[in-house]
Ligand binder design. Structure first.
Ligand code: CA
Ligand code: CA
Ligand code: CA
Ligand code: CA
Length: 492
């Protein structure tokens, strides 16, 4: 709302009042005998729908007859002595309009905000054939409208259009239309027989969209089409789609046999008499899917599709050995693991090559996916253990792990050799050998704690003579060798 000046001096006082008593503007009390314009609004609407502009809040305190005019989109629209004015925008719009009122002497103006939204097109009809010959052009026509479609007051928008025909064979046709061009036609030719679901999209220049579907049967198709043959891996979902030649009637019932233990199953028919095939095979092979359709209890037709299911090799999920670092001869190494195979019906052969010339092999029934084995090595050494798994269709997987076997008895022999070579008093040398005398037999009988205890006693004895009759370097060498044997004994 705004006021038109009468005298310059008055404006200053008026601005003061406006700033101080904003809430009093509409009352007119603060404006004295000023002419007041009120443009109403804000106005919200849609393109091609009538809008009533309302200036009835305008007034003249002196009661003079007012004249009204509106400025819309840069043009003045005279409205005589009428405060109301019907107006229509033919396209979406966002902005302001200006009202000017006059009492013959003075004028006052006001603005109002307007937001007009786009209306999407509407598809009225599609004209064309539902059955066409192969490799023959056929015509399709779409009728639509954009704006106010009510036949009593049909009003078109200013929008332009893009019409796209998606032919369902991987190709499309796009047409550009000008304002008020409300029909589009084009032709197409199919190179393969089948049922095609054509999508027609009409989009106006402001993004409003309408979509419709048109089904067409191309060529001489069988009453039932089970869809194309296909390939899939065992354990993966096979998905395909088929249809009936009659796309309209709802009197059909269908069954599918996926050619495995499940036998014949009811098959859901979608609107338009299409159907979805969906199955997971537990083993490789060539399977013939059979679809049978009945109409009111009578067989209507049947069709097959061949699915070739490919074998998938097994794979390791986990594999561990225990103990993890080193092991002594004669102490068993435990192997454990899990493998997988999407072919849930596959049988497997697990082979463990222990790396020392011996191996273990066993058969795992369908559904058994664990790996286990146990083995004792006779001699110290570094071995490479290899696990192989083969399914009954010739695919395999393989994994290997190192195994370290250490012999504490060998290490004991090394200690004795060190003692024998020492240049120390004979009595001391004999005592050292005496403490270790029973150790090899203890190791042989797996008396681990007693062996460790005896070796610790040996270390204490060496420490007691450290730097005296036993030179420091040689004492350290003996202690280190004894600790190595203890470590080997502990890791079992
Ligand atoms: Ca528009
Ligand atoms: Ca529109
Ligand atoms: Ca298989
Ligand atoms: Ca397999």
């Amino acid at each position: 709302m705004a006021f038109k000046k009468k005298k310059t001096s008055f404006v200053i006082a008026l601005l003061f009042l406006l700033t101080t008593f904003v809430g009093m503007q509409t009352s007119g009390a603060a404006a004295g005998d000023q002419l007041v314009a009120d443009a109403g609004g804000p106005y919200l609407g849609e393109e091609c729908s009538s809008m009533l502009l309302n200036a009835s809040g305008s007034y003249d305190p002196e009661g003079d007859l007012l004249t009204y005019r509106w400025n819309i989109d840069g043009s003045w629209i005279e409205n005589g002595n009428y405060p109301y004015r019907e107006w229509m925008w033919y396209d979406d719009f966002s902005g302001t309009i200006t009202l000017e009122v006059s009492d013959g002497t003075d004028i006052a103006t006001d603005t109002a905000n307007v937001t007009i939204s786009n209306v999407p097109p509407q598809i009225f009809s599609i004209e064309g054939s539902t059955e066409v010959d192969l490799e023959t052009e056929f015509l399709l026509l779409v009728n639509f409208f954009d704006g106010m479609p009510d036949p009593r007051s049909q009003v078109a928008s200013l929008d332009t259009f893009t019409v796209t025909f998606y032919w369902d064979d991987g190709s499309l046709t796009e047409l550009s239309l000008g304002a008020e061009e409300f029909s589009a036609s084009t032709s197409h030719m199919y190179l393969e027989e089948g049922l095609y679901q054509i999508i027609i999209a009409v989009v106006d220049g402001d993004g409003g969209e309408a979509v419709a579907e048109w089904d067409v049967v191309v060529g001489e198709i069988a009453s039932v089409e089970a869809g194309p043959d296909g390939f899939v891996n065992e354990g993966s979902l096979f998905l395909s789609q088929g249809f009936l030649a009659d796309t309209g009637s709802q009197s059909y019932t269908a069954f599918v046999d996926y050619y495995d233990d499940a036998g014949s199953l009811p098959l859901l028919l979608n609107p338009g008499n299409t159907f979805d095939l969906s199955h997971t095979y537990g083993d490789d092979g060539v399977y013939t899917i059979l679809v049978t359709v009945f109409n009111d209890g009578m067989e209507y037709g049947e069709d097959t599709a061949v699915v070739t299911v490919l074998n998938v090799p097994p794979a390791f999920e986990s594999l561990t050995i225990s103990p993890t670092d080193s092991v002594q001869p004669g102490v068993p190494v435990e192997l454990n693991g899990v493998f997988s195979d999407p072919g849930v019906l596959d049988l497997h052969t697990v082979t463990i090559d222990w790396g020392d010339g011996s191996s273990t092999s066993y058969a795992a029934e369908a559904g058994i996916t664990s790996i286990s084995g146990s083995h004792s090595y006779e001699n110290a050494g570094d071995y490479q253990l290899v696990v192989s798994i083969a399914d009954d269709d010739g695919d395999t997987c393989q994994a290997s792990m190192p195994v370290v076997v250490k012999n504490p008895s060998t290490s004991m022999d090394a200690i004795k050799e060190i003692i024998a070579s020492l240049k120390i008093p004979k009595g001391l040398k004999n005592n050292l050998l005496l403490i270790l005398e029973k150790v090899p037999s203890m190791i042989k009988h797996h008396r681990i704690q007693a062996t460790i205890h005896q070796l610790q006693a040996f270390i204490h004895y060496v420490e007691a003579h450290y730097g005296k009759h036993l030179p420091r370097d040689q004492a350290r060498e003996l202690i280190q060798a004894a600790r190595l044997v203890i470590d080997t004994l502990r890791t079992r």
